[in-house]
Ligand binder design. Structure first.
Ligand SMILES: NC(=O)c1ccc[n+]([C@@H]2O[C@H](COP(=O)([O-])OP(=O)(O)OC[C@H]3O[C@@H](n4cnc5c(N)ncnc54)[C@H](OP(=O)(O)O)[C@@H]3O)[C@@H](O)[C@H]2O)c1
Length: 240
């Protein structure tokens, strides 16, 4: 029997990540999951769960541990993202901007994913095709910004997009078969979107299961050749 394809899901406690893991396991993948949260009860022997903090040291340690297992990942998903907390809400107006909120959002949406990316050379395998999907958002597009507002979230995802594209240029020199995709799932039911989807009856809100299916079908359609793609849930390119 051939070995199962391998996927790494980072930020595995996310609602969308959870559906992604279920779909990957259904498709016969072995999944390595990383989260601050305890393991999801998904009772599969093909799921390995690592619980960790997201400090520089903890991320370096967990990446070293996973790399030591010599797994050739065909898919890596980085799902971290934060829109609000008890103290932080997206700004509607410029006078709501504060350094504390900005740094909280930037830390979760830009810094944490970039720390994971900085360890990718340990996790990618030369000669093996690996699709690296980083969850972004359409509001990170500068060209598409028509409504304004949400200063910190927009800026954090725009900065993420730049960091991922820059990393892709460097990493593709060493790992020619790596494909980098910044992905916008569309508005999806999750703790992140909850305050903004309740009571809205004219906005389409996807289920995490739908988004997971869409994403995996986009990946299955490959091959994709650009250094770094910025795609929505339909697989359509988003203006940078
Ligand atoms: N839902 C939407 O409508 C929507 C729309 C556009 C883009 N997105 C993006 O899709 C991705 C997944 O979101 P979701 O909707 O599934 O949200 P979710 O269920 O609220 O998941 C939140 C994710 O962010 C991580 N996280 C939370 N606080 C963090 C912090 N302080 N530092 C670092 N990581 C933190 C969590 O990691 P743990 O596993 O460790 O908890 C988890 O991976 C995010 O990048 C989000 O920006 C979502």
């Amino acid at each position: 029997m051939s070995n199962p394809p391998q996927a790494l899901v980072i930020g595995a406690g996310s609602a969308i990540a959870t559906s992604l893991i279920v779909s990957l396991l259904d498709k016969g993948y072995a999944v390595t999951a990383v989260s601050r949260k305890p393991a999801k009860q998904l009772s599969s022997k093909e799921l390995t769960w690592h619980e960790t903090e997201y400090t520089d040291q903890a991320i370096a340690h967990i990446c070293k541990t996973i790399a030591s297992q010599d797994i050739s990942f065909s898919n890596i998903f980085i799902c971290n993202g934060l829109l609000h907390t008890q103290e932080v809400m997206p700004e509607k107006q410029i006078n709501q901007f504060s350094s504390e909120s900005f740094l909280t959002v930037l830390s979760a949406n830009t810094l944490t994913p970039m720390l994971w990316i900085s360890h990718l050379p340990k996790l990618l395998t030369k000669g093996i095709k690996t699709e690296v999907v980083i969850f972004s958002a359409r509001v990170g597009s500068i060209g598409d910004n028509r409504l304004g507002g949400w200063y910190s979230y927009r800026a954090s995802k725009a900065a993420l997009n730049m960091l991922v594209k820059t990393s892709a240029i460097e990493l593709k020199r060493r790992f020619k078969q790596a494909q980098f995709i910044l992905f916008h799932p569309g508005t999806t039911q999750s703790p992140l979107s909850k305050p903004f989807t309740q009571g809205s009856n004219n906005k389409t809100v996807f289920t995490p299961e739908f988004v997971a299916t869409q994403l995996l079908s986009i990946l299955e359609q490959g091959p994709q050749s650009d250094t770094c793609l910025y795609l929505d849930w339909q697989g359509k390119a988003i203006d940078w």
